[in-house]
Design a binder for this molecule. Structure first.
Ligand SMILES: Nc1ccn([C@H]2C[C@H](O)[C@@H](COP(=O)(O)OP(=O)(O)OP(=O)(O)O)O2)c(=O)n1
Ligand SMILES: [Mn+2]
Length: 546
């Protein structure tokens, strides 16, 4: 019996081929960060295809494989690395070589090149390692000026779009859309299947983005809560708005229909007052609090105005006080900024959610055009898309370049090209810092775009991060807000400040004094490193719908 099993096993495992594709390679494997089973598989494949595996970093070793720079450094250390003359590659190289059946070029997988050629640079290694890690597990996400940076005074005042029009940004006039652009755009879409930026593509390990599809059996409750979120946000009451926001995913995930508040009182994010609301909704089918709001002209008007892109609670109230009551009234209002006028004009368009498959195609187009403008650029759609939602309110695009330099000046060229193609249609905010190094060197474009062949406007945010802070941008703009808040609070509890531009050692606030934070961020090059550093259990993007 035992013998049988052995021989059956032997049949599955092809014999070692000394002339296989890895022949001549003497390999040292960095085990840190690799699942034991996966390591075993890799070892076996390497040996079967001609490689020799060394248990220690001997002189014979020609190749080191590691998951990322952090793991490499931890196990091997800078000093030994400095003496190592071979190549250090990401495990992804192995994976890709195995799937393509031949050794792929190592260029894109190098964690550190032969020191004869390139100086060992912690920085550049980090760059590669980030992409590697993302390649591997899943990549990619990020923030709105507002909440993401609520640690900064100007943002905490007003988390609505209004705060985006701060001194940091300037609104620009409508883009002049070229009428011939659509052809180019269609062409780009049709050919966008080629994977240009695998380093940034989500969930490459599984090949698919896990959908977030909760049972959603209590829409009677969640629909009402969604309205309250908007109302409180428009009224400037972020705290209340957020308490409903947090409760929605908890309720969406229930696989039964709530019949009594008793059934949910033990759940997180459902405090006493929300329990009372739920009880009222399940017994009467409505919520008197919402009905009350809906009858209140002032609340309704302010929340309607607050839904216009660029108008926050303060402006909404001012407009109300000026006597405006409808969106038509606002069209005559001259004090609106250009961005607010665009927001108003496309109010209905912007409200429509975008089907996931359209976002996917547009992401493909953005990657393709990005590659044309700047080879190697990494373009990832974050936000709800990266979290696997079936539809998205907008597109949150996070961009970087692995070399840590070439992202500078990319955005204006990219925007220009996307306008020529008639993909970008109207501008809301355009602020460029990458070349001056101000504002953490992050470049921002907010505007409206259209799916090729359509006129319906969608909101799109493009954010370009220097490679060394990209992980923070991706994390923040993937969200969701609840996770962002949790991570920020956790960071604060450990003496740091976290936002989309970094994790900064900080002195705590005392009395009326605000805490002071260091000017430069900790160097963490992947989202996973940020989670690990903070001691927060790793969540794949689709697990971030908290
Ligand atoms: N006030 C905000 C706004 C945004 N974000 C972060 C978390 C969000 O997930 C991400 C993108 O913002 P969106 O408003 O685009 O939100 P989503 O992409 O999550 O959802 P939607 O489908 O509505 O766009 O930025 C945040 O932390 N605080
Ligand atoms: Mn979004």
């Amino acid at each position: 019996m035992a013998q049988k099993a052995t021989s059956a096993k032997k049949k599955e495992d092809p014999p070692r081929d000394p002339d296989g594709m890895f022949s001549g390679m003497v390999v040292f494997l960095v085990v840190s960060g690799v699942q034991a089973r996966r390591l075993q598989i890799w070892k076996k494949k390497l040996e079967q295809k001609g490689a020799v595996i060394e248990e220690s970093l001997s002189k014979r070793v020609t190749h080191i494989f590691a998951m990322n720079w952090g793991a490499l450094q931890k196990q091997v250390g800078d000093r030994r690395l400095a003496h190592f003359k071979g190549e250090v590659l990401l495990y992804q190289w192995l994976e890709d070589s195995l799937s393509s059946g031949e050794k792929v070029s190592g260029d894109q997988y190098i964690l550190r090149k032969d020191p004869g050629g390139v100086k060992i640079s912690h920085e550049s290694s980090q760059e590669h390692s980030e992409h590697a890690n993302e390649n591997y597990s899943s990549s990619n996400e990020i923030p709105d000026y507002k909440k993401i940076r609520s640690s900064s005074p100007e943002d905490s005042k007003d988390s609505s779009a209004e705060s985006r029009d701060t001194a940091r940004n300037y609104a620009v006039n409508e883009a002049s859309a070229s009428p011939k652009g659509n052809d180019k755009l269609c062409h780009a879409l049709c050919t966008s299947n080629a994977s240009l930026n695998t380093a940034g593509s989500p969930d490459k390990s599984t090949g698919v983005v896990q959908p977030y599809n909760p049972p959603d059996m209590n829409r009677n409750v969640t629909e009402i809560f969604k309205k309250l979120i908007d109302i409180y946000r428009a009224l400037g009451d972020e705290r209340r708005s957020f308490s409903y926001y947090k409760a929605i995913p908890v309720i969406e995930k229930l696989n039964f229909k709530i019949e009594s508040a008793e059934q949910v009182k033990h759940l997180p994010a459902i405090g006493k007052s929300l329990q009372d609301h739920i009880q009222e909704i399940v017994t009467t089918g409505k919520l008197s609090k919402l009905e009350h709001f809906e009858k209140d002209e002032k609340v309704c008007t302010i929340s309607l105005f607050g839904e216009v892109w660029g108008i926050g609670p303060t402006t909404a109230l001012k407009l109300y006080d000026k006597g405006h009551r409808t969106l038509e009234d606002l069209q005559k209002e001259e004090s609106l900024t250009n961005a607010q006028k665009v927001g108003l004009k496309y109010y209905n368009d912007i409200k429509m959610r975008i089907p996931r498959h359209e976002v996917e195609e547009m992401e493909g187009l953005l990657k393709k055009v990005g590659e044309e403008v700047l080879p190697g650029v990494v373009v990832v759609c974050g936000g709800s898309y990266r979290r696997g939602k079936v539809s998205c309110g907008d597109m949150d695009i996070i961009i970087t370049h692995p070399d840590g330099r070439s992202h500078g000046g990319f955005l204006p060229k990219y925007v220009k090209r996307l306008k020529e193609m008639n993909f970008l249609r109207e501008d809301l905010v355009f602020s460029v810092h990458s070349e001056k190094g101000s504002d953490s060197g992050v470049d921002t474009y907010f505007g409206l775009c259209t799916y090729p062949g359509q006129e319906l406007r969608h909101r799109i945010d493009l954010k370009v991060y220097p490679r060394d802070i990209y992980a923070f941008g991706l994390l923040a703009w993937t969200g969701n807000d609840t996770l962002n808040r949790r991570l920020r609070l956790l960071a604060e509890s450990k003496g740091y400040q976290l936002d989309d531009t970094g994790l900064f050692p900080a002195t705590p606030a005392s009395g009326s004094k605000r805490g002071v934070r260091a000017t430069s961020s900790l160097h963490l090059s992947t989202e996973r490193e940020v989670f690990d550093f903070l001691g927060f259990l790793w969540l794949e993007p689709h697990e971030r719908n908290l």
